[in-house]
Design a binder for this molecule. Structure first.
Ligand code: SAH
Length: 265
């Protein structure tokens, strides 16, 4: 989908809220209001069961402009085709084989990724959420840590909570938050590509030092990703870790040469 974009787009302009198959038009309005209070404006509707109506307007309470501007598309694939990062909001934890992020970490990554490319936050239907096929189109999942015995928030309430986290991430250092470390001056939270570069080198290194010993590498990598994402690394820290890995790789190469093990290198 071609969302109008221009070179001067702010990160908030790059953050897209996508509502899939919404059943109650009132929720579309309430979601728009939730977004607007948090400075977000890009709403996209995918195959809503009913088109926006009087209930939508009543619940939007002044955020009708977002609803009026919202493109309506037939499929999620079309709604996120131009997005570089797609995050699926799920009411049930660990429902899919996707990396699952806490709202705060998810918002920080979304904002970091939205500095130069569209990013989508996708919400499912009130009754059934997102289908597995729709979740497959997401790069990661975000779950609001609600009570597992009653975990499903109202759609617009979920949009509110996650829009609030996006706003805090957008405000960055201006927010005093004991739960989030502010990066040192001059260093921003590492971008998606920097982290992926690090994870790639980490996977390579684990292979070279024979860490897995025949076990499938996916499980360890998933846990390590989770661990490092929790640390909210900045760019300098990613460079430091990559330096450590580079040395480990050099030692592994030397050891391989010494033992004539052709596998290493
Ligand atoms: N019965 C559905 C709940 C849908 S609620 C189910 O079990 O999947 C509608 C949407 O709100 C969900 O698809 C999800 O996008 C969002 N949502 C509700 N509760 C959430 C939570 N705890 N964390 C993240 N998103 C949530």
């Amino acid at each position: 989908m071609n969302i109008p974009s221009n070179a001067a787009a702010t990160p908030a302009d790059c953050l897209r809220i996508v509502l899939v198959g919404t059943q109650h038009p009132g929720n579309i309005g309430a979601a728009a209001r939730a977004m607007k209070t948090m400075g977000l404006s890009r709403l996209v509707l995918v195959a809503p069961e009913k088109v926006p109506d009087g209930d939508t307007r009543a619940m939007a309470a002044g955020a009708d402009d977002l609803v009026d501007a919202a493109p309506v598309l037939p499929t999620l694939a079309e709604a996120v085709a131009d997005c570089h990062w797609v995050l699926g909001a799920t009411a049930r934890s660990r429902r899919v084989q996707l990396e699952e992020l806490h709202p705060r970490a998810a918002a920080q990554r979304a904002v970091a990724a939205a500095t130069n490319a569209p990013v989508a936050l996708v919400f499912g239907r009130e009754r059934t959420g997102l289908t597995n096929e729709e979740l497959q189109l997401c790069h990661a999942a975000v779950h609001i840590p609600s009570d597992p015995a009653f975990s499903s928030l109202n759609l617009a309430a979920a949009v509110q909570v996650l829009s609030y986290e996006l706003r805090c991430a957008l405000l960055g250092g201006a927010v005093a938050d004991s739960g989030t470390r502010t990066p040192p001056p001059g260093e921003g939270v590492a971008a998606h590509a920097e982290l992926e570069g690090f994870f790639g080198q980490l996977a390579e290194t684990l292979e070279q030092i024979d860490f897995h010993k025949g076990r499938a590498p996916e499980s360890a990598m998933r846990k390590l990703r989770r661990l490092y994402l929790r640390a909210n690394l900045d760019s300098a820290e990613v460079r430091l870790l990559r330096g450590v890995l580079a040395d480990a790789q050099r030692m592994a190469r030397l050891a391989g040469e010494a033992t004539g093990n052709g596998k290493i290198g």
